[in-house]
Design a protein around this ligand. Structure first.
Ligand code: AHR
Length: 492
């Protein structure tokens, strides 16, 4: 049996609820079909946006939603997506499948969708192919409450009052699809573009710079050195590829124990990655004023057979649930620096929480984990220490248990536990310092098979169930975790 010490008597930094953010790009069937079906669709909708999706996302309490990309953002001109829909420009989505983008979902629709699901917008501006003026006019259009050509245009388009916009990204992946830039060049461009991202009235913009790809520590160094004082946040992107090879990432549903293990091991790398980036940031920003924003994370597999390779449509199994649980535990641990994260992507793309097919919708195992974990949003992170049993496979070893804990405003302790082992259960004795466990409830997500997933034919093949394999003795909590499971306990 392993012992987990939980220092409930010394709660630390707040787990920013924005760590539970999402990402919606004009890519494949994320926006069109996933969110937008149009007002005349037989699929029940509110102002063109599907009701089933709105309801499911409201339940998830999504704090922030990033849009319109991704790579799409650095090819996007916001002016193509406003005004009467029948007059909007049609264009080719050069990054994703070469399909026609009719611009029916633009700024007004996105910001309305955010209102409908109760989330804050996070907009990515175009540095790769857009001008400083375009970016500055977009901010004016959305947030200025006075008289200006842009604010007047917004009013003509049916929105009198400005929107509240807090989060704005100055470019996306400018080291790659967003312009193939060197960090020195982008750092200067960032300073220039960001200078024109203005605060109008009491709308205060939180400016997010394009940060490194994965472990490009030099990019982080240069950006923090040259542009640190001009930013509020800096992004980092890290995807879990089971093989680590882009040309053969593997199937989302067909994999063996070794690939299961490799996937989870690759996910655990997020911890080292964040620690190293934080270390560099701390050299320039010891107060931790600048947030590290993991605005793209999740699994990336080969697309489902027979689907458009440019649409990045993949299924989502119990393995993805573990990936989500592990990443969230890591974000909690780094919550003094990581203050936003956005899983890629919300619907029908990569590690989606929702899949749709015509009028049907299924919730994925990843959805259920985010729903179980939402109790950590804005709670205070609690230090823990665990001597985890080891999970060995093919000559490599990782810790078998990933976990994190927090205390909410009502003094309730929440403990998230992921048992990574594909076959072995795990017993844990919890020594909770500063608190005597009296009432404990739990929820678990697990299955007999690693590959279990929800389909349109069997939408409830895997879902959360009540968990009761624990006992309390003299204030100490003993838990038996099933193999390959995610468990969240509420302790009072
Ligand atoms: O999420 C899919 C793509 O991955 C995004 O468009 C891009 O930013 C990243 O490379």
């Amino acid at each position: 049996m392993s012992t987990l010490v939980i220092h409930a008597d010394s709660a630390k930094s707040k787990i920013d609820r924005n760590i539970y953010g999402h990402f919606a790009e004009h890519l494949g069937r994320c926006i069109y079909e996933g969110i937008w079906v149009g007002e005349d669709s037989p699929i029940p909708n509110t102002e063109g946006m599907r009701n089933d999706v709105i309801e499911a996302l409201r339940e998830l309490r999504i704090p922030v939603l990033r849009w319109p990309g991704g790579c799409f953002a650095d090819a996007y001109n916001w002016k193509d997506g406003i005004g009467p829909r029948e007059n909007r420009k049609r264009m080719v989505n050069i990054h994703w499948g070469g399909v026609v983008e009719n611009n029916h979902f633009g700024t007004h629709e996105f910001l309305r969708f955010c209102e409908l699901i109760g989330t804050e917008p996070y907009i990515s501006g175009n540095v790769g192919s857009g001008t400083v003026r375009e970016m500055s006019e977009w901010i004016d259009y959305m947030t200025f409450d006075g008289e200006s050509p842009m604010a007047d245009w917004r009013k003509e388009n049916g929105r009198d009052k400005p929107w509240k916009l807090t989060y704005f990204g100055v470019g996306n992946e400018n080291w790659g699809c967003g312009g193939q830039m060197r960090p020195e060049y982008y750092a200067d461009l960032y300073r220039q573009y960001a200078a024109y991202v203005r605060n109008y009235g009491d709308n205060k913009i939180f400016k997010i710079a394009c940060g490194p790809n994965e472990d490009n520590y030099n990019w982080m160094e240069v950006l923090m050195r040259e542009a640190g004082p001009y930013m509020d946040g800096i992004s980092v992107h890290y995807y879990t590829l089971p093989t680590g090879v882009w040309s053969a990432k593997g199937s989302s549903t067909e994999f063996d124990e070794q690939i299961w293990f490799n996937t989870l091991k690759k996910t655990l790398f997020m911890d080292e990655l964040l620690a190293k980036h934080d270390e560099i940031m701390t050299k320039y920003d010891p107060e931790k004023r600048v947030a590290l924003v993991v605005d793209e994370w999740g699994t990336w597999y080969d697309v489902e057979p027979g689907t458009n390779p440019g649409f990045l449509y993949q299924q989502n199994t119990l393995r993805d649930a573990l990936v989500a649980g592990i990443n969230l535990n890591i974000f909690h641990k780094h919550s003094d620096r990581v203050r936003m994260a956005n899983i890629a992507q919300v619907i029908n793309v990569l590690q989606a929480v929702i899949l749709t097919e015509g009028a049907d919708m299924v919730l994925t195992p990843t959805y259920h984990v985010l729903n179980m974990y939402k109790v950590h949003q804005d709670a205070r992170y609690v230090e823990t220490s665990l001597e985890s049993p080891v999970y060995e496979m093919g000559g490599e070893a990782i810790e078998q248990i990933s976990h994190s804990a927090s205390i909410d405003d009502n003094g309730r302790l929440h403990l998230s536990l992921c048992n990574l082992h594909h076959a072995n259960s795990a017993e844990i004795s919890c020594d909770i310092r500063g608190m005597k466990a009296e009432r404990v409830t739990g929820t678990a997500l697990t299955s007999g098979e690693m590959q279990t997933h929800n389909t349109f034919e069997r939408p409830d093949a895997i879902g959360p169930v009540e968990f009761s394999d624990f006992r309390v003795e003299n204030g100490r909590l003993f838990v038996k975790l099933p193999a390959k499971s995610v468990v969240v306990l509420s302790i009072e």
